[in-house]
Every structure is written in structure tokens, then in C-alpha cells.
Design a protein around this ligand. Structure first.
Ligand code: F6P
Length: 327
């Protein structure tokens, strides 16, 4: 087994709090093993354009608490083409990269698979606020995004309560409802709409608001995952059915920013470390994942076929807190 001399690290896709902590962990672990670490800027596009920066122990200092990614991120169309990927391989050869650590979500890992097929070993580190990567229980950034959304909704609730209003809040998550369910449970939402649960509007929303009103409540919080519908449409339907006009809040990109939580800093550190150790110990072409609390490595190809389902038992618990029946 040849000794690894130099590794690249990049962040790609939507940013997530904790990406910087992962970059720091990759760089410091590599350097502690006598391996050079090159930061590739702007994701896969940076590998095409040879857009890089040498990382040192000092240059990745003060990163644990910083949101976003100092390496910038992008969604590269060029990397989807064969010609683009060939250019990326040329950059790897030119810089003498023995492997690349790619920090991102499923889209990033599809790129990782393609690059590994061209002979550049890649290890993926899952980071996305959506928590929708099939092979891992947890993705870096999820906890921070949940906490940001919860903080926003708690503030919103104060004014909703004073004015006795109904509020529809849209959170991110792409096609998954992990963020919405977690946040909805944590803020005690009247109803939570997720793409994984087929909606019966009358039962799942209208009846819940009604039950809440009959129990004496005068303000209502509806949380909707962006993949389950538009907050504005939901608001219209509530207006039509109940005659109350909800306020609409789309939390948007705010939930992707801010300092990472302790959980994200700690997970990012362990995952970044494990990614480098996978290379050092002669493995590669895998995704670092958390399963049952521990870190595992899963071959990229297999990882991309794995599915993760929204925990419907958790959905049920959220419903029971809000007048759901225990059936
Ligand atoms: O994947 C992270 C995410 O924030 C999704 O929740 C959201 O649908 C998407 O990215 C938004 O992407 P963009 O920042 O390109 O608008």
C-alpha cells in the first residue's frame, strides 16, 4: 500500500452548519498523519478549475463555531458532463491528490461515485440540513437547522398568541420531512405536513385546528415541509374552510446559517477524522455514516442505493400531543 501524501477536501451542494468543523477535522487529521491537505473551493467546479488553497493547522483555526463553508460551495453542471469530470481528474493529477474528501449530500456523493470510477479515490462526509442521506442516521447541519427554525417559531408564537392568530410556517427539507417533523414536535405544532405522509387536509389540518379551538386555544401553529406543499396554498385552504386568515412565514435560507450546535461540531469532527483515517488505512470510495451512534464506512455505490424513511412512530407521537387518537 503506497503512503498517502496529499488529500483534497471540498464542500458541495447546499451548505450546512458544521461543514467548516468537518473541513477543520479533515485538515488537522491529515496533517497529524504527515499528509498535505488542499482545500478545493466551490465544490466539484473547483476541482475542474483547479481552484484551491493550501490548508494549514492555523488556517483552519477558529472554524468550529462558524456557519457556512470557508471553501464556498456550488452545484456544478459541468461536473455532470464527461468532459468536466476529465478536467477534474487532470486537476487531481496536477496537484498530486491521492484522494478527495467530499462533504455534502446525495448529489455530492453521486459526483463522488463518478470521480472514483475514473480512478480518483473519494470518501464522502454527509452534511445537509435535510438529513435525507439514506445510508446515515444523521447528517451534519440537521441539528443546527432544527434549532434555528425552532428559535424562529418560538418567537413567532409569542406574537401569534398575543393576536390570537393562526400561523403557517414553511421549513426546508427538499423532498423529505425530517426537519419539519422534528421542528413541529419541538414547537408543539397544531399540525405538521410532511411529504412522506399522504395528506387528508380535512382530518390532518382543519379538524386539528378545530379540536384545538374547542379545547380553548386561540392561536394555531401549522408547520409545513417545503416538499409537502406551499405555505401560501395551505393558508388559503385554511381560510376557506375556517374563515380565519393565517399569517404565512417561510423561514427560508436563515435555517441554513448560523453557528453549528455542539452536536454538529462534534459529529463533524468525528466524521472528518474518520474520512481521513479511511484513506490512511488503505480504504476509500466510501461514505462515512452514523449508525446506532457509531461511525461506519459504506461503499459509495451501496450507500447511494440505501433509503431512509421518516419515522412514522415519531409522527404519531407528535400527533398524540395535539389531540390525535392513540390507535
Ligand atoms: O438541500 C439543502 C436545501 O437547503 C434544501 O432544504 C432546499 O430545498 C435547497 O437546499 C435550497 O437550495 P438553494 O439554496 O439552491 O435554493
Amino acid at each position: 500500500m503506497e503512503k498517502i501524501k496529499r488529500l483534497g477536501v471540498l464542500t458541495s451542494g447546499g451548505d450546512a452548519p458544521g461543514m467548516n468543523a468537518a473541513v477543520r477535522a479533515v485538515a488537522r487529521t491529515a496533517l497529524s498523519c504527515g499528509i498535505d491537505c488542499i482545500g478545493i473551493r466551490r465544490g466539484w467546479q473547483g476541482l475542474i478549475n483547479a481552484d484551491f488553497v493550501q490548508l494549514t493547522r492555523a488556517s483552519v483555526g477558529h472554524l468550529l463555531s462558524r456557519g457556512g463553508t470557508i471553501l464556498y460551495t456550488a452545484r456544478s453542471e459541468e461536473f455532470m458532463t464527461e468532459a468536466g469530470r476529465e478536467k477534474a481528474v487532470t486537476t487531481c493529477k496536477m496537484l498530486g491528490l491521492d484522494g478527495v474528501v467530499a462533504i455534502g449530500g446525495d448529489g455530492t456523493f453521486r459526483g463522488a461515485l463518478e470521480l472514483s470510477r475514473l480512478g480518483v479515490p473519494v470518501v464522502g462526509v454527509p452534511a445537509t440540513i435535510d438529513n435525507d442521506v439514506g445510508c446515515t442516521n444523521y447528517t451534519i447541519g440537521f441539528d443546527s437547522a432544527c434549532n434555528t427554525a425552532i428559535e424562529c417559531i418560538d418567537k413567532l408564537r409569542d406574537t401569534m398568541q398575543s393576536h390570537e392568530r393562526c400561523s403557517v410556517v414553511e421549513v426546508m427539507g427538499r423532498n423529505a420531512g425530517f426537519l419539519a417533523l422534528y421542528v413541529g414536535t419541538a414547537v408543539g405544532a397544531t399540525a405538521v405536513l410532511v411529504p412522506e405522509h399522504k395528506l387528508n387536509f380535512e382530518e390532518d389540518v382543519i379538524e386539528r385546528i378545530r379540536a384545538s379551538r374547542l379545547a380553548g386555544y386561540t392561536h394555531f401553529m401549522i408547520v409545513v415541509a417545503e416538499g409537502a406543499g406551499k405555505a401560501t396554498d395551505i393558508g388559503e385552504k385554511i381560510h376557506e374552510a375556517l374563515g380565519i386568515k393565517p399569517t404565512i412565514t417561510i423561514i427560508g435560507h436563515i435555517q441554513r446559517g448560523g453557528a453549528p450546535t455542539g452536536r454538529d461540531r462534534e459529529t463533524a469532527t468525528r466524521m472528518g477524522y474518520s474520512a481521513v483515517m479511511a484513506f490512511v488505512e488503505g480504504r476509500g470510495n466510501s461514505i462515512i455514516a452514523t449508525q446506532e451512534g457509531g461511525i461506519v464506512e459504506i461503499p459509495i455505490e451501496e450507500a447511494l442505493t440505501m433509503k431512509k424513511h421518516l419515522q412514522m412512530d415519531r409522527y404519531k407521537i407528535m400527533e398524540i400531543m395535539q389531540f390525535g387518537s392513540h390507535e
